[in-house]
Design a protein around this ligand. Structure first.
Ligand code: CR6
Length: 795
């Protein structure tokens, strides 16, 4: 089972190691040590245990010449590492004992770790779940990303409005990484191309060094660890000695500062970042460093014959962000390794694959040919060659071109350069085939495949929800952690009163801990018996937090009208950040906070209805909120949420879903059974028709008394200065691009069915059990197996 850890360390030896690292690595005696010192000592102790399987895995992959998977992603939303590693090594009991013998508070130590927030939302967290599953399944793999000095901004609220502050996780030593100064690559930009006798050479005008920082990612039960290799930017010339000697210190430091900007900050936008030169440079920086590293490793292991590249290398592009990989791989093979264009094109296509994560047209990247020609002149030429070849070989219609209207379309480029293209849920993949890539799909009918997203049950169940994990262990054994399909065994307990009681108890424990936290952090006093109704995700118009808050207002109004009614107490929890320049999303944040302030203090209604919006939602907060949820809000306009992954985490943790037929909700509902899922709203097809109906918003609002009331109360200034909301109200009445109005009444009615269901607690628990029992499909282990078989051809 555990070749390298046959002997699990005892609590005593862990405590000894922690003291050793405290003294010899941190240079502190126990009497002076801070929580930070202790956390580092604990982290080094755990890291030591990861290094052995990590190195063994590398050796095995090299010696057996195994095919490797490379996951290129601009985002890896890892969160905290220490607790995850302890869990995957199955060292929780020993660690707990070791820390208590040292007189330390385990929670305090774990909570001291900053989140590695190198991502915006679902796409980045998916990449982190994939890294964990790749290791758990023992697949030789590397994740390649950027070592952003500043991850996703910190959010706080001032007067209910979002204020952003820089995130600063690397302001302190990061104990999980190993810097590899010998793995450094030069990344060029700008300059010009010289062609002599048909041989082109790019002479970049600028360059920076990409330096590798490795973090091992340990899999379940500690058998295998892969590497997350993040690139940090270094200047080629440290500073301008000339200017320094002349006394101009600021100018002397410029080259260094400029180079470092490449890995300075994560772009805080989850769907649109276009046109920015720095973003294009970041994308190229990651891609070129990764591809140079991949080719170097291939040559070291398999020799100079690059014709075998696709047999040993499978590269996955996480969305279009690294789509410059197509032309870059061709450039490296052609200009640097002497292959012909047709050979390089063929090898690249058999090596690269592309995952599409969104249908939103504004999110499919496009770069002006002018900018591309400036920053990456050789790549623009190669893109033109790829485009010409595709036109000649497929007789495609003109509007399928990569370069159109002086823009390079990265979606088309990624598609044309990929062996396989995948969507992230069944519905999304259908829509990829029938909408954005309909023409390309007709030309290449076997290229698009579906790989429905998944999440790792180690972090999202075992780590996040200890009470439920214990209950599962007792009821169906511990095997579910590595084989989530075993949750199916719970179905036999769905009518077992003792089990349902225990399940309620586990949920209750989570709700109590969360309530304590909300009281301490926000001053919101929550009743753990209330229905905890949670919507946590990025703030986005298509995700329709507005629908949720308008329903809250309408409900509040109804409670006021009959305060002695048989209302089900609810706590509405919101969490999420808005991109700094996204005014509608920011206005909705403001509105939620304004409404919360008004209704939480309402003596008539507050025993029935409260709102909590803890600021700075991140991975660690998700780990607390999701296990405490009774109801999961997955209410995007149908056809807009590619998949969702939060929806899966809630289901796994026993929340019931109120949702539309969008993304992976469709598959969740199929698996848990329609009777155990609260469905409302238009289908993707109906939504598309409704949007085309002139005046759809006004017509729908005029039919809905509840929605009119909600909008009216905002306009009257019941929750705060109404002028803050005029633009939002105007948009809702006159445009409403995401059909809040059209779905409002159905949503409101569905919420009342939720209320009724919650009153029958026994039946609710039965439904909750069936949700958990049916969630095995949503393990990212299953997703990775799908990629291995359909796309990467490994294992
Ligand atoms: N925003 C999708 O919108 C999906 C994730 C991961 C998203 C979301 O539905 O679950 O990717 N897309 O596949 C992008 O980021 C472009 C997301 O996280």
């Amino acid at each position: 089972m555990r070749p390298d850890l046959t002997e699990l360390p005892s609590a005593k030896s862990l405590a000894d190691q922690i003291l050793y690292h405290l003294t010899h690595t941190q240079g502190r005696g126990p009497e002076f040590a801070t929580v930070f010192d202790w956390r580092l000592a604990v982290s080094y102790t755990i890291r030591d245990l990861i290094v052995t399987p990590w190195m063994a895995g590398h050796r095995a992959s090299r010696d057996q010449k195994l095919k490797r998977v490379y996951y290129l992603s601009m985002e890896f939303l890892i969160g905290r590492i220490l607790e995850d590693a302890i869990i995957n090594l199955e060292l929780e009991p020993q660690m707990e004992e070791a820390l208590s013998t040292l007189g330390l508070d385990e929670h305090e130590i774990l909570d001291d770790e900053p989140d590695a927030a190198l991502g915006n939302g679902g796409l980045g967290r998916l990449a982190a779940c994939f890294m964990e599953s790749l290791s758990s399944l023992g697949v030789p793999a590397f994740g390649y990303g950027i070592r952003y000095e500043h991850g996703l901004f910190r959010q706080r609220f001032e007067g209910g409005q979002q204020v952003e502050a820089p995130e600063d996780w690397l302001n302190q030593p990061h104990p999980w990484e190993f810097v590899r100064i010998d793995y450094s690559y030069t990344i060029g930009f700008k300059g010009h191309v010289e062609t002599v006798d048909g041989q082109s050479t790019w002479l970049p005008g600028e360059s920076v060094i990409a330096r590798a920082y490795d973090t091992p990612v340990i899999g379940w039960q500690g058998n295998w660890a892969n590497t997350l290799r993040l690139w940090g930017a270094q200047p080629t010339n440290l500073f301008d000695l000339h200017r320094f000697n002349a006394g101009d210190y600021a100018a002397a430091a410029e080259p260094e500062a400029l180079a470092r900007t490449l890995s300075r900050v994560l772009y805080p936008d989850d769907t649109t970042d276009q046109g920015k030169e720095l973003r294009l440079k970041q994308e190229y920086f990651l891609t070129s460093a990764a591809l140079q590293d991949i080719i170097r490793r291939f040559v070291a292991e398999h020799g100079e014959n690059l014709a075998h590249l696709p047999d040993k290398v499978a590269i996955q592009l996480n969305d279009t962000h690294p789509a410059i990989a197509g032309p870059e791989l061709i450039r490296l093979l052609m200009d640097e390794h002497g292959l012909s264009f047709p050979e390089a094109l063929d090898l690249s296509r058999r090596t690269l694959n592309y995952t599409n994560h969104t249908l939103l047209p504004e999110a499919l990247e496009r770069w002006s040919t002018w900018l591309m020609g400036q920053v990456l002149p050789r790549h623009l030429q190669i893109i033109q060659m790829i485009d010409d070849d595709h036109r000649a070989s497929t007789h495609r219609p003109a509007h399928v071109a990569i370069v159109q209207h002086d823009e390079v379309r990265m979606g088309e480029l990624a598609f044309i350069m990929a062996g396989k293209v995948n969507g992230v849920s069944a519905l999304h993949t259908d829509l990829v085939r029938s909408t954005v890539f309909a023409d390309l799909h007709k030309l290449h009918p076997d290229r698009i495949v579906n790989e429905t997203n998944g999440v790792t049950p180690r972090r999202w169940l075992r780590l996040a929800n200890p009470p439920l994990a214990r209950l599962l262990d007792q009821t169906i054994g511990t095997g579910w952690t590595g084989d989530l399909d075993q949750l199916d065994g719970l179905k036999a307990h769905a009518a077992d009163a003792a089990f349902l009681e225990a399940l309620r108890d586990a949920k209750r424990q989570n709700k109590e801990s969360l309530s304590n936290g909300l009281l301490a952090d926000l001053g919101v006093k929550a009743d753990p018996d209330a229905l905890f109704d949670v919507q946590v995700k990025r703030m986005h118009e298509y995700k329709r937090q507005l629908l949720n808050i308008l329903e809250t207002i309408a409900l509040w109004h109804r409670i006021h009208a009959s305060p002695n009614g048989d209302w089900v107490p609810r706590l509405k929890i919101f969490g999420g950040k808005a991109a700094p320049g996204y005014w509608i999303a920011k206005t909705v944040i403001h509105l939620i906070n304004d409404v919360a302030r008004t209704i939480n203090d309402d003596p008539v209604t507050s025993k029935y209805l409260k709102i909590a919006y803890p600021p700075n939602y991140n991975v660690s907060m998700a780990e607390k909120l999701i296990p405490a949820a009774d109801l999961s809000e997955q209410i995007s306009t149908a056809g807009k949420e590619a998949s969702g992954t939060g929806n899966m985490k809630f289901t796994m943790n026993g929340a019931l879903t109120i949702g539309t037929l969008d993304g992976a909700n469709v598959e969740i509902r199929d698996l848990v059974g329609p009777e155990n899922f609260f469905l409302f709203g238009l289908t993707a097809e109906e939504a598309a028709q409704e949007k085309a109906r002139p005046g759809h918003a006004r017509l729908a609002i005029e039919k809905s008394e509840d929605m009119q009331v909600a909008l009216q109360l905002i306009a009257e200034g019941r929750f705060g200065r109404p002028e803050h909301y005029y633009a939002l109200l105007d948009r809702t009445w006159n445009d409403d691009p995401f059909l809040v109005a059209s779905d409002f009444d159905d949503y409101f009615a569905c919420q009342r069915r939720v209320d009724a269901a919650y009153k029958d607690s026994r039946d609710w628990d039965r439904m909750s059990t069936l949700n958990i029992a049916s969630s095995g499909f949503f393990s990212s282990d299953r997703t990775i197996r799908g990629y291995m078989k359909d796309i990467w051809k490994v294992g």
